[in-house]
Design a binder for this molecule. Structure first.
Ligand SMILES: NC(=O)c1ccc[n+]([C@@H]2O[C@H](COP(=O)([O-])OP(=O)(O)OC[C@H]3O[C@@H](n4cnc5c(N)ncnc54)[C@H](OP(=O)(O)O)[C@@H]3O)[C@@H](O)[C@H]2O)c1
Length: 327
């Protein structure tokens, strides 16, 4: 639920930053808050003892461990969109503002997802395998995306970027989210709530999950939901792996109910070498790379610096996570 705003109160006393913050970024922090001490988080977590703000790196401790290490924490600026690793019950209760980087992934995850749709449409998995064994004019069941229907489940910032691009390819786009009233975003034919999910799954040729991982979305795509899919449809997950029951997905793929799956995220990551999903020819696994972009850090840093200015000026922050909702 990034985008909400919240009062924070009082300038910061000390900021800790992860290794993604280079010298240039430190200079920009100094320009905004010249008197603010900034420390780097290293393997020595004791530097967190007196900080009240943290821009964590990938390896920075999370959840209750972080609460123990940083008892004075007031603001945590995540450099990703998914924030489930911090949201223990104790963290949710504490008066810590959690902000994220939702909004910086739209372009690259939309392009990544479309590359998966296009790969299935053009038979690329078999053709790429065929580079190592002679194939000539094989019948691969190619199809056209134009005229087909795409359902985006968990329709937020990434969903918006995907919808606009998918519509340009001639797909009819349906978005599913909790709050589905109001104006239709660009490229979307219909916005629906969860009550309409069975009908949406029944008509979609492609179902993309961009759900955040919350108590409501863990195991969301289970055998019951896969049974509602249109026969021969394709499934994609670029949200979080644990929102999918992978054993149920493997069964739906093996019995042909679902024609193919493109999974950027899985549970666990990576999948074990002998996992059934690794052996199915109609599965594309992309190793949690959909968010990668040369512009990632600069976009995330822009949000963090904007929020730093706001914090110091006592203004509401942007991209505030609703800790109870989990996103
Ligand atoms: N693969 C990757 O590398 C990668 C990179 C970035 C993000 N992600 C994942 O993608 C997720 C979404 O990112 P985003 O920036 O698009 O976030 P976002 O703008 O917050 O969008 C999330 C959307 O999910 C909807 N939602 C939440 N719970 C739901 C439920 N139970 N049923 C239906 N819809 C629900 C929300 O609906 P409402 O608006 O109605 O509340 C919201 O619109 C992140 O949380 C993260 O887990 C993955």
């Amino acid at each position: 639920m990034a985008g909400a705003q919240e009062e924070t109160g009082g300038p910061l006393r000390k900021l800790a930053v992860g290794p993604q913050i280079g010298e240039d970024a430190l200079a920009r922090i100094g320009a905004i808050a010249p008197a603010l001490p900034v420390v780097r988080v290293t393997d020595d977590w004791s530097v967190l003892a007196d900080v009240d703000a943290l821009w964590p790196g990938i390896d920075t401790p999370s959840g209750d461990t972080l609460l123990r290490l940083a008892p004075r924490l007031r603001w945590l600026q995540a450099f990703g969109a998914g924030v489930e690793r911090w949201l223990t019950p104790a963290f949710v209760q504490r008066d810590i503002v959690l902000t994220n980087a939702s909004g910086i992934h739209g372009v690259q995850i939309a392009e990544h997802t479309l590359s998966l749709l296009l790969a299935f449409a053009r038979g690329l998995p078999a053709l790429v395998r065929g580079q190592h064994a002679p194939l000539h004019h094989p019948r691969l069941g190619q199809f056209e995306l134009a005229g087909q229907t795409l359902a985006i489940i968990g329709f937020g910032r990434i969903g918006e970027a995907l919808a606009a691009r998918a519509a340009a390819l001639g797909l009819t786009v349906i978005g599913v989210r909790r709050r589905h009233q109001g104006a239709l975003p660009a490229g979307v034919t219909r916005l629906a709530g969860l009550a309409a999910l069975p009908q949406v799954l029944a008509v979609a040729d492609h179902v993309v999950s961009v759900l955040p991982l919350t108590p409501q979305t863990r195991g969301f795509f289970d055998a019951g939901r896969f049974a509602r899919f249109k026969p021969g449809s394709h499934f994609y997950n670029v949200g979080r792996g644990a929102s999918v029951d992978h054993a149920a997905l493997a069964r739906a793929l093996a019995d042909g109910r679902i024609a193919g799956a493109g999974l950027d995220v899985t549970d666990p990551e990576p999948l074990p070498p002998d996992h059934p999903l690794r052996r199915l020819p109609n599965v594309l696994l992309t190793a949690h790379t959909a968010g990668a972009s040369p512009h990632y850090q600069s976009r995330a840093l822009a949000i963090a610096l904007d929020n730093l200015s706001r914090f110091q000026a006592g203004q509401p922050l942007v991209n505030v996570v609703d800790k109870r909702a989990g996103y």
